[in-house]
Write a protein that binds this ligand. Structure first.
Ligand code: AP5
Length: 213
């Protein structure tokens, strides 16, 4: 199954993608994680992406489309995969359909995480991520046992550069202007399911399951 997780920054796409991935063995294809990995490696793509991401804007379509085109052809994606943070505008959605069409595949379901901007600000400003294993925490909703230390591997927890208030504001603006039309795109294809992303994590996971049935 090929599933698109769609929703504003901080709505819980990454959290639920990891759970689905562990349960169904579908890899999580997160363009945000791929770009952060390119930044950490200091590659040309990473250097160019960092400047854009730090401002809360979208990286050029051709860059993210190429990342997904390459990754989706890996052998672990044969049985399906979860798209987290892609597509983020209608051009990316159309490019994805063309790409999958050439492989005789298609998006099976797009799940929209529905939540207000007000709730998202506290989600994003409290998020902490492990520098080593990428495990995710929240200072209020998913606290690590020891402050600033990863429960899984003991490494330090950091705040993402784009989780600063001014950048959060810009990311939300960009979401409403450029990504929200993707909701209409999948509605027109009768593939859209909506979950209430304000609920606590287990309840959102249950709603995602129901949506995929
Ligand atoms: P990306 O990394 O994709 O960020 P995002 O879409 O803004 O989403 P986030 O990762 O911030 O949030 P999320 O929905 O995954 O929520 P999470 O599960 O972490 O993109 C970053 C940047 O890369 C973009 O701004 C852009 O520049 C670039 N980019 C990426 N893809 C691109 C593309 N396709 N095209 C162009 N540019 C692209 O949860 C957030 C917090 O809330 C966590 O602390 C978590 O523990 C907590 N939480 C989760 N669920 C719950 C719950 N139910 N209740 C309480 N707390 C919860």
């Amino acid at each position: 199954m090929i599933v698109v997780l769609l929703g504003p920054p901080g709505s819980g796409k990454g959290t639920q993608a990891k759970r689905l991935s562990a349960e169904y063995r579908w890899p999580q294809l997160s363009t945000g994680d791929m770009l952060r990995s390119a930044i950490a490696k200091g590659s040309q793509v990473g250097i160019e992406a960092k400047a854009v991401m730090d401002q809360g804007r979208l990286v050029p379509d051709e860059v993210v489309i190429r990342l997904i085109a390459e990754r989706s052809q890996d052998s672990d994606c044969k049985g399906g995969f979860i798209l987290d943070g892609f597509p983020r505008n209608e051009s990316q959605a159309a490019a994805l359909d063309t790409m999958l069409g050439k492989q005789g595949r298609q998006v099976d379901c797009a799940v929209l995480f529905d939540i207000s901007d007000q709730d998202l600000v506290s989600r994003l400003s409290g998020r902490r991520t492990c520098v080593k294993c990428g495990a995710m925490y929240h200072l209020e909703f998913a606290k690590p046992k020891q402050l600033n230390t990863c429960d899984s591997c003991g490494s330090a927890l950091i705040q993402r550069d784009d989780d600063q208030p001014q950048v959060i504001k810009k990311r939300l603006e960009v979401y409403h202007q450029q990504t929200e039309p993707v909701v209409g795109y999948y509605t027109r294809q009768s593939k859209l399911k909506t979950v209430d992303a304000r609920e606590e994590t287990d309840r959102v996971a249950a709603a995602v399951h129901r949506a995929l049935k």
